[in-house]
Design a protein. Sequence first.
Length: 146
Amino acid sequence: MTTLSAQRSQYNNDAILSASPVRLLTMLYDRLLLDLGRAEIAHSQFDWPVMSSNLLHAQAIVSELSTSLKVELWDGGDNLLALYNYCNGLLITSNVRRDASGIRETIELFEPLRQAWHEAAGQLSVPNRSDLTGSQSTDSRELGVA
């Protein structure tokens, strides 16, 4: 018999495998902010192992965002890559020095981006007249993600 945890894990895996590139991007941002929030709480409770674990996972997400970014597809690509690199440095420093200010700054920098990507994804998923007639619709390449 399958446990609830195994079922939840399978559901999450299926959701990731079936998600569009734009949806995957919003999922990464959501998880990044969740990890950062958890790290901030753990810091306030002096729970260094939990803080570190969440910051390491956040770093892995920022690394994934950096490597999947197609800077050549849009003018803001280089600036976004620079922001990813800056925040990755903040997360490393926050982890090593147990410094909450870097966690807070990263949250403040990424939250508006998370919201913007969700808005963009929402605009892409709203059917328009051409979608209903079978014409080509906007896709993730127009957002600089692949």
